[in-house]
Ligand binder design. Structure first.
Ligand code: UT7
Length: 346
Protein backbone atom coordinates (compact mmCIF):
# COMPACT_ATOMS: atom_id res chain seq x y z
CA UNK A 1 0.00 0.00 0.00
CA UNK A 2 1.33 3.41 -0.91
CA UNK A 3 0.77 5.99 1.74
CA UNK A 4 -0.22 9.53 0.80
CA UNK A 5 2.88 11.69 0.80
CA UNK A 6 1.51 13.94 3.54
CA UNK A 7 1.54 11.00 5.96
CA UNK A 8 5.14 10.22 5.17
CA UNK A 9 6.01 13.87 5.65
CA UNK A 10 4.34 13.97 9.01
CA UNK A 11 5.52 10.66 10.28
CA UNK A 12 9.18 11.05 9.90
CA UNK A 13 9.78 14.73 9.34
CA UNK A 14 13.40 14.15 10.32
CA UNK A 15 13.77 11.04 8.22
CA UNK A 16 14.48 12.68 4.90
CA UNK A 17 17.05 15.00 6.40
CA UNK A 18 18.68 13.83 9.59
CA UNK A 19 18.03 10.11 9.18
CA UNK A 20 18.25 9.88 5.40
CA UNK A 21 15.03 7.97 4.89
CA UNK A 22 15.58 5.55 7.78
CA UNK A 23 12.40 4.03 9.24
CA UNK A 24 11.66 1.63 12.06
CA UNK A 25 9.66 -1.51 11.29
CA UNK A 26 8.54 -4.56 13.19
CA UNK A 27 10.51 -7.33 11.50
CA UNK A 28 8.79 -10.12 13.40
CA UNK A 29 6.71 -10.84 16.48
CA UNK A 30 6.51 -13.79 18.84
CA UNK A 31 4.72 -14.84 21.99
CA UNK A 32 4.53 -17.42 24.71
CA UNK A 33 1.78 -18.35 27.16
CA UNK A 34 2.13 -20.98 29.89
CA UNK A 35 0.36 -24.31 29.44
CA UNK A 36 -1.81 -24.25 32.54
CA UNK A 37 -5.34 -22.94 31.90
CA UNK A 38 -7.41 -21.49 34.73
CA UNK A 39 -11.08 -21.21 33.76
CA UNK A 40 -13.79 -19.02 35.21
CA UNK A 41 -15.31 -22.18 36.70
CA UNK A 42 -12.01 -22.93 38.45
CA UNK A 43 -11.98 -19.44 40.00
CA UNK A 44 -15.62 -19.81 41.08
CA UNK A 45 -14.42 -22.72 43.29
CA UNK A 46 -12.16 -20.27 45.19
CA UNK A 47 -14.15 -17.00 45.48
CA UNK A 48 -17.79 -15.95 45.30
CA UNK A 49 -18.11 -15.40 41.55
CA UNK A 50 -19.49 -17.15 38.49
CA UNK A 51 -18.63 -17.78 34.85
CA UNK A 52 -21.73 -15.78 33.94
CA UNK A 53 -20.59 -12.69 35.93
CA UNK A 54 -17.02 -12.77 34.62
CA UNK A 55 -18.05 -13.38 31.00
CA UNK A 56 -20.74 -10.70 30.92
CA UNK A 57 -18.66 -8.03 32.75
CA UNK A 58 -15.31 -8.69 31.08
CA UNK A 59 -15.51 -11.17 28.17
CA UNK A 60 -12.83 -13.33 29.82
CA UNK A 61 -13.37 -17.11 29.85
CA UNK A 62 -9.95 -18.37 30.90
CA UNK A 63 -6.36 -17.27 31.51
CA UNK A 64 -2.91 -18.92 31.64
CA UNK A 65 -0.96 -19.44 34.84
CA UNK A 66 2.81 -19.97 34.88
CA UNK A 67 4.33 -22.88 36.79
CA UNK A 68 5.95 -22.19 40.16
CA UNK A 69 9.45 -22.53 38.67
CA UNK A 70 8.64 -20.46 35.58
CA UNK A 71 9.43 -16.77 36.07
CA UNK A 72 8.78 -13.65 34.01
CA UNK A 73 12.27 -13.93 32.46
CA UNK A 74 11.40 -17.44 31.21
CA UNK A 75 8.12 -16.28 29.65
CA UNK A 76 9.93 -13.29 28.11
CA UNK A 77 12.79 -15.41 26.75
CA UNK A 78 10.37 -17.90 25.17
CA UNK A 79 8.51 -15.06 23.43
CA UNK A 80 11.82 -13.52 22.33
CA UNK A 81 13.11 -16.80 20.88
CA UNK A 82 9.83 -17.20 18.99
CA UNK A 83 10.18 -13.69 17.49
CA UNK A 84 13.87 -14.26 16.64
CA UNK A 85 13.03 -17.54 14.90
CA UNK A 86 10.16 -16.06 12.91
CA UNK A 87 12.31 -13.11 11.86
CA UNK A 88 15.35 -15.28 11.09
CA UNK A 89 17.43 -13.09 13.40
CA UNK A 90 20.27 -14.51 15.51
CA UNK A 91 20.45 -13.58 19.21
CA UNK A 92 23.97 -12.22 18.60
CA UNK A 93 22.48 -9.61 16.25
CA UNK A 94 20.37 -7.99 19.00
CA UNK A 95 21.78 -4.64 20.14
CA UNK A 96 19.24 -3.78 22.82
CA UNK A 97 16.65 -5.67 24.89
CA UNK A 98 13.80 -3.76 26.53
CA UNK A 99 11.50 -5.72 28.85
CA UNK A 100 8.26 -4.00 29.85
CA UNK A 101 6.93 -5.57 33.04
CA UNK A 102 5.42 -4.90 36.46
CA UNK A 103 6.34 -8.39 37.61
CA UNK A 104 10.13 -8.61 37.21
CA UNK A 105 11.81 -11.76 38.54
CA UNK A 106 13.17 -9.51 41.32
CA UNK A 107 13.69 -5.76 41.80
CA UNK A 108 17.17 -6.10 40.34
CA UNK A 109 18.96 -7.17 38.24
CA UNK A 110 16.65 -6.20 35.41
CA UNK A 111 14.61 -9.01 33.89
CA UNK A 112 15.96 -7.83 30.51
CA UNK A 113 19.47 -8.85 31.68
CA UNK A 114 18.18 -12.28 32.68
CA UNK A 115 16.60 -12.62 29.23
CA UNK A 116 19.87 -11.52 27.60
CA UNK A 117 21.60 -14.42 29.34
CA UNK A 118 18.93 -17.03 28.53
CA UNK A 119 18.72 -16.24 24.82
CA UNK A 120 22.48 -15.66 24.41
CA UNK A 121 22.23 -12.10 23.07
CA UNK A 122 25.84 -11.50 23.98
CA UNK A 123 26.33 -7.97 22.67
CA UNK A 124 22.93 -6.57 23.73
CA UNK A 125 22.44 -3.84 26.31
CA UNK A 126 19.37 -4.55 28.43
CA UNK A 127 16.99 -2.69 30.70
CA UNK A 128 13.45 -2.93 32.09
CA UNK A 129 10.71 -0.38 31.65
CA UNK A 130 7.73 0.04 33.93
CA UNK A 131 4.62 1.54 32.37
CA UNK A 132 2.23 -1.24 33.45
CA UNK A 133 -0.23 -2.28 30.73
CA UNK A 134 1.07 0.51 28.45
CA UNK A 135 4.61 -0.88 28.59
CA UNK A 136 4.73 -2.50 25.17
CA UNK A 137 3.85 0.70 23.30
CA UNK A 138 6.26 2.68 25.48
CA UNK A 139 8.87 0.04 24.57
CA UNK A 140 8.16 0.32 20.84
CA UNK A 141 8.54 4.09 20.96
CA UNK A 142 11.78 3.92 22.95
CA UNK A 143 13.15 1.16 20.72
CA UNK A 144 12.26 3.20 17.66
CA UNK A 145 14.42 6.08 18.87
CA UNK A 146 17.47 3.81 18.98
CA UNK A 147 16.79 2.52 15.45
CA UNK A 148 16.14 5.97 13.98
CA UNK A 149 19.26 7.46 15.54
CA UNK A 150 21.27 4.51 14.17
CA UNK A 151 22.50 3.72 17.67
CA UNK A 152 21.08 0.20 17.17
CA UNK A 153 20.29 -1.98 14.19
CA UNK A 154 18.18 -4.53 16.06
CA UNK A 155 16.06 -3.88 19.14
CA UNK A 156 14.08 -6.58 20.93
CA UNK A 157 11.02 -5.22 22.76
CA UNK A 158 9.26 -7.63 25.11
CA UNK A 159 6.13 -7.31 27.24
CA UNK A 160 6.10 -10.05 29.88
CA UNK A 161 4.16 -10.69 33.08
CA UNK A 162 3.70 -13.30 35.75
CA UNK A 163 0.75 -11.46 37.26
CA UNK A 164 -0.45 -14.57 39.10
CA UNK A 165 2.23 -13.81 41.72
CA UNK A 166 0.78 -10.38 42.60
CA UNK A 167 -2.90 -11.31 42.41
CA UNK A 168 -4.83 -11.52 45.66
CA UNK A 169 -6.61 -14.81 45.04
CA UNK A 170 -9.08 -13.92 47.81
CA UNK A 171 -10.19 -10.68 46.08
CA UNK A 172 -12.92 -11.40 43.55
CA UNK A 173 -12.76 -7.81 42.25
CA UNK A 174 -9.34 -8.45 40.71
CA UNK A 175 -8.45 -12.15 40.65
CA UNK A 176 -10.82 -12.88 37.76
CA UNK A 177 -9.16 -10.38 35.44
CA UNK A 178 -5.50 -11.21 34.98
CA UNK A 179 -3.24 -13.87 33.45
CA UNK A 180 0.41 -14.67 32.66
CA UNK A 181 2.20 -14.50 29.30
CA UNK A 182 4.69 -12.67 27.10
CA UNK A 183 4.95 -11.15 23.64
CA UNK A 184 7.95 -9.80 21.73
CA UNK A 185 8.76 -7.71 18.67
CA UNK A 186 12.00 -7.22 16.76
CA UNK A 187 12.58 -3.70 15.48
CA UNK A 188 14.82 -2.93 12.54
CA UNK A 189 15.15 -0.45 9.74
CA UNK A 190 13.30 -1.79 6.66
CA UNK A 191 13.76 0.55 3.72
CA UNK A 192 10.63 -0.61 1.87
CA UNK A 193 8.22 0.15 4.72
CA UNK A 194 7.14 3.15 6.76
CA UNK A 195 6.98 0.94 9.85
CA UNK A 196 6.02 2.76 13.01
CA UNK A 197 4.27 5.83 11.67
CA UNK A 198 3.65 7.63 14.90
CA UNK A 199 3.28 6.97 18.62
CA UNK A 200 1.76 8.87 21.53
CA UNK A 201 2.44 8.20 25.19
CA UNK A 202 0.78 9.82 28.19
CA UNK A 203 0.54 9.59 31.96
CA UNK A 204 -1.30 11.03 34.97
CA UNK A 205 0.40 10.34 38.29
CA UNK A 206 -2.45 12.04 40.18
CA UNK A 207 -4.49 8.88 39.67
CA UNK A 208 -1.77 6.42 40.61
CA UNK A 209 -3.80 5.10 43.54
CA UNK A 210 -6.51 3.69 41.27
CA UNK A 211 -4.35 0.72 40.37
CA UNK A 212 -1.24 -0.12 42.38
CA UNK A 213 0.69 -2.59 44.49
CA UNK A 214 1.17 -0.66 47.74
CA UNK A 215 4.14 -2.52 49.29
CA UNK A 216 7.48 -3.99 48.32
CA UNK A 217 9.17 -0.71 47.36
CA UNK A 218 10.93 2.03 49.33
CA UNK A 219 7.64 3.42 50.69
CA UNK A 220 6.47 0.21 52.32
CA UNK A 221 9.34 -2.28 52.39
CA UNK A 222 8.27 -5.84 53.10
CA UNK A 223 7.66 -6.60 56.76
CA UNK A 224 5.25 -8.62 58.86
CA UNK A 225 2.61 -5.87 58.80
CA UNK A 226 2.68 -5.36 55.02
CA UNK A 227 2.21 -9.09 54.54
CA UNK A 228 -0.57 -9.29 57.15
CA UNK A 229 -2.35 -6.35 55.47
CA UNK A 230 -2.04 -8.02 52.04
CA UNK A 231 -0.22 -4.99 50.61
CA UNK A 232 1.95 -7.05 48.26
CA UNK A 233 -0.99 -7.64 45.98
CA UNK A 234 -2.43 -5.60 43.13
CA UNK A 235 -5.28 -3.30 44.18
CA UNK A 236 -7.70 -1.60 41.85
CA UNK A 237 -10.70 0.70 41.87
CA UNK A 238 -12.28 -1.06 38.88
CA UNK A 239 -15.12 1.33 38.16
CA UNK A 240 -12.95 4.49 38.13
CA UNK A 241 -10.20 2.75 36.18
CA UNK A 242 -12.76 1.69 33.60
CA UNK A 243 -13.90 5.28 32.97
CA UNK A 244 -10.36 6.61 32.62
CA UNK A 245 -9.39 3.71 30.36
CA UNK A 246 -12.16 4.48 27.87
CA UNK A 247 -11.38 8.21 27.76
CA UNK A 248 -7.61 7.89 27.58
CA UNK A 249 -7.63 5.14 24.94
CA UNK A 250 -10.11 7.04 22.78
CA UNK A 251 -8.10 10.27 22.99
CA UNK A 252 -4.77 8.54 22.30
CA UNK A 253 -6.23 6.71 19.29
CA UNK A 254 -7.74 9.92 17.92
CA UNK A 255 -4.47 11.74 18.33
CA UNK A 256 -2.42 9.25 16.30
CA UNK A 257 -5.13 9.15 13.61
CA UNK A 258 -5.22 12.94 13.44
CA UNK A 259 -1.44 13.21 13.29
CA UNK A 260 -1.36 10.90 10.28
CA UNK A 261 -4.49 12.46 8.77
CA UNK A 262 -6.07 9.03 8.63
CA UNK A 263 -9.74 8.08 8.94
CA UNK A 264 -10.64 5.11 11.10
CA UNK A 265 -11.88 3.33 7.97
CA UNK A 266 -8.31 3.34 6.61
CA UNK A 267 -7.14 1.27 9.58
CA UNK A 268 -7.18 -2.45 8.82
CA UNK A 269 -6.87 -3.73 12.38
CA UNK A 270 -7.22 -2.18 15.81
CA UNK A 271 -5.32 -4.12 18.45
CA UNK A 272 -6.31 -2.71 21.83
CA UNK A 273 -5.06 -3.59 25.29
CA UNK A 274 -6.98 -6.72 26.23
CA UNK A 275 -8.37 -5.62 29.61
CA UNK A 276 -12.12 -5.86 29.24
CA UNK A 277 -14.40 -6.44 26.26
CA UNK A 278 -16.69 -3.61 27.44
CA UNK A 279 -13.78 -1.14 27.49
CA UNK A 280 -12.78 -2.23 23.99
CA UNK A 281 -16.37 -1.90 22.72
CA UNK A 282 -16.78 1.56 24.27
CA UNK A 283 -13.52 2.79 22.69
CA UNK A 284 -14.24 1.31 19.27
CA UNK A 285 -17.81 2.67 19.30
CA UNK A 286 -16.48 6.16 20.00
CA UNK A 287 -13.95 5.75 17.20
CA UNK A 288 -16.77 4.53 14.94
CA UNK A 289 -14.81 1.40 14.14
CA UNK A 290 -16.52 -1.75 12.90
CA UNK A 291 -16.41 -5.02 14.84
CA UNK A 292 -14.36 -6.62 12.06
CA UNK A 293 -11.56 -4.12 12.61
CA UNK A 294 -11.06 -4.95 16.27
CA UNK A 295 -8.87 -7.86 17.35
CA UNK A 296 -9.88 -9.51 20.64
CA UNK A 297 -8.29 -12.52 22.34
CA UNK A 298 -8.90 -11.67 25.99
CA UNK A 299 -11.38 -14.52 26.29
CA UNK A 300 -8.38 -16.91 26.28
CA UNK A 301 -5.75 -14.99 28.23
CA UNK A 302 -7.43 -12.31 30.36
CA UNK A 303 -5.48 -9.13 30.98
CA UNK A 304 -1.74 -9.87 30.68
CA UNK A 305 -0.74 -6.21 31.23
CA UNK A 306 2.44 -5.32 29.28
CA UNK A 307 2.21 -8.59 27.34
CA UNK A 308 -1.36 -8.11 26.17
CA UNK A 309 -0.98 -6.13 22.93
CA UNK A 310 2.20 -8.02 22.02
CA UNK A 311 0.49 -11.42 22.36
CA UNK A 312 -2.50 -10.15 20.38
CA UNK A 313 -0.23 -8.76 17.65
CA UNK A 314 1.55 -12.11 17.35
CA UNK A 315 -1.73 -14.01 17.27
CA UNK A 316 -3.12 -11.70 14.57
CA UNK A 317 0.05 -12.19 12.52
CA UNK A 318 0.04 -15.97 13.02
CA UNK A 319 -3.63 -16.14 11.93
CA UNK A 320 -2.68 -14.44 8.67
CA UNK A 321 -4.77 -11.37 9.56
CA UNK A 322 -1.90 -8.91 8.98
CA UNK A 323 -0.77 -8.26 5.42
CA UNK A 324 2.21 -6.20 4.26
CA UNK A 325 1.08 -2.59 3.98
CA UNK A 326 -1.89 -2.90 6.36
CA UNK A 327 -2.28 0.00 8.74
CA UNK A 328 -2.64 -1.17 12.34
CA UNK A 329 -3.69 0.87 15.33
CA UNK A 330 -2.42 -0.22 18.74
CA UNK A 331 -3.97 1.43 21.79
CA UNK A 332 -3.26 0.81 25.46
CA UNK A 333 -4.00 1.95 29.00
CA UNK A 334 -2.65 0.99 32.40
CA UNK A 335 -1.56 1.80 35.94
CA UNK A 336 0.27 5.04 36.51
CA UNK A 337 -2.02 6.06 35.02
CA UNK A 338 -0.41 5.56 31.62
CA UNK A 339 -1.73 5.28 28.09
CA UNK A 340 -0.51 5.21 24.52
CA UNK A 341 -1.32 4.53 20.90
CA UNK A 342 0.65 3.78 17.75
CA UNK A 343 -0.03 3.39 14.05
CA UNK A 344 2.09 0.86 12.21
CA UNK A 345 2.40 0.08 8.55
CA UNK A 346 2.83 -3.71 8.68
O1 UT7 B 1 -5.30 -3.09 32.54
C1 UT7 B 1 -5.95 -1.90 32.81
C2 UT7 B 1 -6.49 -1.84 34.15
N1 UT7 B 1 -7.67 -2.53 34.49
C3 UT7 B 1 -8.84 -2.40 33.86
O2 UT7 B 1 -8.93 -1.93 32.77
C4 UT7 B 1 -10.08 -2.86 34.58
C5 UT7 B 1 -11.13 -1.78 34.53
N2 UT7 B 1 -12.37 -2.14 35.23
C6 UT7 B 1 -13.17 -3.16 34.86
O3 UT7 B 1 -12.87 -3.87 33.92
C7 UT7 B 1 -14.47 -3.34 35.58
O4 UT7 B 1 -14.69 -2.23 36.42
C8 UT7 B 1 -14.54 -4.64 36.44
C9 UT7 B 1 -14.63 -5.84 35.51
C10 UT7 B 1 -13.31 -4.76 37.31
C11 UT7 B 1 -15.79 -4.64 37.30
O5 UT7 B 1 -16.95 -4.45 36.51
P1 UT7 B 1 -18.03 -3.36 36.94
O6 UT7 B 1 -19.17 -3.50 36.01
O7 UT7 B 1 -17.34 -2.03 36.99
O8 UT7 B 1 -18.45 -3.86 38.36
P2 UT7 B 1 -18.40 -3.08 39.75
O9 UT7 B 1 -17.01 -2.92 40.22
O10 UT7 B 1 -19.23 -1.85 39.59
O11 UT7 B 1 -19.16 -4.10 40.68
C12 UT7 B 1 -20.51 -4.48 40.45
C13 UT7 B 1 -20.88 -5.54 41.47
C14 UT7 B 1 -20.45 -5.19 42.89
O12 UT7 B 1 -21.46 -5.63 43.76
P3 UT7 B 1 -22.50 -4.58 44.40
O13 UT7 B 1 -21.64 -3.60 45.14
O14 UT7 B 1 -23.21 -3.98 43.23
O15 UT7 B 1 -23.35 -5.45 45.26
C15 UT7 B 1 -19.22 -6.04 43.09
O16 UT7 B 1 -19.01 -6.38 44.44
O17 UT7 B 1 -20.24 -6.77 41.15
C16 UT7 B 1 -19.57 -7.26 42.30
N3 UT7 B 1 -18.41 -8.02 41.87
C17 UT7 B 1 -18.45 -9.31 41.54
N4 UT7 B 1 -19.46 -10.20 41.53
C18 UT7 B 1 -19.20 -11.45 41.13
C19 UT7 B 1 -17.13 -7.57 41.69
N5 UT7 B 1 -16.36 -8.56 41.25
C20 UT7 B 1 -17.15 -9.66 41.16
C21 UT7 B 1 -16.93 -10.99 40.75
N6 UT7 B 1 -17.98 -11.84 40.74
N7 UT7 B 1 -15.73 -11.42 40.34
Amino acid sequence: MTLPQRIVDFVNPRAKHQFKGRTCSIRSVGSYVPEKILTNHDIAQRVNTSDEWITSRTGIKERRIAAADQYTSHLAANAALDALKKGDVKPEEVDLIIVATITPDMPFPATACLVQKIIGAEKAAAFDLEAACSGFIYGLEIGQQFIMSQTCNTVLVIGAEKLSTIIDWEDRNTCVLFGDGAGAAILQNRPDSHGLLTTVMGSDGNKGDLLCMPAGGSKNPANGDTIKDRLHYLRMDGRETFKHAVNAMYKAAREVLNRCQLKISQIKHIIPHQANKRIISAVSDRLQATKDQVFINLDKYGNTSAASVAIALDEAAANGCLKRGDLILLVVFGAGLTWGAAIIEW
